[in-house]
Design a protein around this ligand. Structure first.
Ligand SMILES: *Cc1c(COP(=O)(O)O)cnc(C)c1O
Length: 456
């Protein structure tokens, strides 16, 4: 087997600005030790997110020039609609400017006080949009997905039995829909099996509930199914994706992930009455239903990206390059969620820094240190992002303390990734010297974006 190479050549480049550790120490201090507050120019390798950070292809850029900017009935809309229908098979396709706009519209209509939305694991914006309506977001991740050290093929699966018990407990009439996130971003970028989607579908059928996919990384999930699930080896990724969507009544999607664009998203569904309500709200908040908060050129780029993401040479490179970083880390003893996910490697901060309790945010300590050591930006996915307080103001930590290193699509080469591994290994060697943080300012919602810290 030869080296799996980047399946593209580079025609346009962006320079990287270099800084010293002392400069980065200052940058961190100024940012209140919150890496969301660091100017991107001061980052050497930016693994904050894979969202909207993809490098577009020459064909996508050509699509940008070809965009039809007609307010109503734009040619680019129909191209976009066809591309989404080809994959989802859903009847009604509603463009939105990104994933959370689709969530906002959907949950404004189906959510509300007294309602519950089950998911394998809600992504942060999904949870926020559910809770903003007064509804409750509940996670039913399969037990195995909660054990970072255990290797398994489909750690994103939902616990269909727990879901059913919950439906019995709160009543199907209080559950407007069930959601499955593919791949499970907040749970480690882990895939969901086709069998699990089918199992959840049959629970939904039993209680007459619609099933929606949070489909941001549908192509990566489909490729994992091809690699890991019996009976799918000889199917194309498009066929697998179509089967996944065939079990769902609708989907929300951030095109900033698997549509390989810098902005965009959509809401798809089969229920006409619901689609009409969504479109009416879309007109108030996003725009006319044939552009939905995007320019015609953005719709062209999404349509082209949805085609390119299904290329199996691309998906092989994508999944293997994440695994490449993960292997370098585990070889050095760095604890990660195993196996690595499709779009990111997740460091298990509890095992990395056992001397720092959740109340002192071990994930944040790693995030700051890898920035200081090498200018690498990752993100905490633990008590900073998901922590709540009890009535006495004591932190209720989530089950895992993670640091996500998300790999932008088609952006970095193998030597960039080698450099990241070196920074991580150096940080790991010095782990006993790291100390925790305390929060000095926080917003009432999605606090991780704007909060400020002080080192302990
Ligand atoms: C990114 C993401 C969203 C939200 O999409 P945005 O385009 O960032 O608004 C929702 N769910 C999942 C799983 C995501 O990864």
């Amino acid at each position: 087997m030869k080296t799996i190479i980047e399946p593209f050549k580079i025609k346009s480049v962006e320079p990287i600005k270099f800084t010293t550790p002392a400069e980065r120490e200052e940058i961190l201090k100024k940012a209140g030790y919150n890496v969301f507050m660091i100017p991107a120019e001061d980052v050497i390798i930016d693994l904050l997110t894979d969202s909207g950070t993809s490098a577009m292809s020459a064909s996508q850029w050509a699509g940008i020039m070809n965009g039809d900017e007609a307010y109503a009935g734009s040619r680019s809309f129909f191209k976009f609609e066809n591309a989404v229908k080809k994959i989802t098979g859903h009847k009604f396709i509603i463009p939105t400017h990104q994933g959370r706009a689709a969530e906002k519209i959907l949950f404004s209509i189906v959510g509300g006080k007294g309602k519950y939305i089950p998911n394998n694991t809600h992504f942060d914006t999904t949870r926020a949009n559910v809770e903003f309506t007064g509804a409750e977001a509940v996670d039913f991740l399969n037990e195995i997905g909660k054990h970072p050290e255990v290797k398994a093929d489909f750690k994103g699966n939902m616990d269909a039995e727990k879901l059913e018990n919950f439906i019995k407990k709160v009543g199907a009439r209080n559950i407007p829909l069930v959601m499955i996130t593919v791949t499970n971003n907040s749970g480690g970028g882990q895939p969901v099996s086709m069998q699990n989607i089918r199992d959840v579908r049959s629970v939904c059928d039993k209680y007459g509930l619609p099933l929606f996919l949070d489909a941001c990384r549908f192509a990566e999930n489909a490729y994992f199914i091809k690699l890991r699930e019996q009976g799918y080896q000889n199917k194309s990724v498009l066929e697998i994706a179509r089967e996944m969507f065939s079990y769902a009544d609708g989907a929300t999607m951030s095109a900033k992930k698997d549509a390989l664009v810098n902005i965009g998203g959509f809401l798809s569904m089969n229920d006409e009455a619901l689609a009409t309500k969504c479109r009416n709200l879309l007109i108030v908040t996003e725009g006319f239903p044939t552009y939905g908060g995007l320019a015609g050129r953005d719709l062209e780029a999404v349509a082209q990206g949805l085609e390119e993401v299904l290329d199996e040479n691309y998906l092989q490179y994508r999944i293997k390059s994440v695994e490449y970083l993960a292997n370098k880390m585990t070889s050095a003893g760095i604890p990660i969620i195993e196996p690595p996910g499709g779009h990111a490697v997740y460091i298990d901060a509890k095992r990395f820094l056992p001397h720092i309790p959740p109340e002192e945010y071990p994930g944040q300590a790693i995030v700051c240190e890898i920035f200081r050591v090498g200018g690498v930006r990752g993100v905490e996915i633990g008590s900073v992002m998901f922590g709540k307080y009890d009535e006495n103001g004591k932190l209720i930590p989530p089950p895992m303390e993670l640091v996500r290193l998300a790999i932008p699509r088609r952006v970095y080469t193998q030597s960039h990734i080698d450099y990241v591994a070196e920074v991580l290994i150096e940080t790991y060697k010095n782990r006993e010297k790291l100390r925790g943080f305390k929060i000095t300012y926080e917003a009432p919602m999605l606090r991780h974006f704007t909060c400020r810290f002080e080192p302990l």
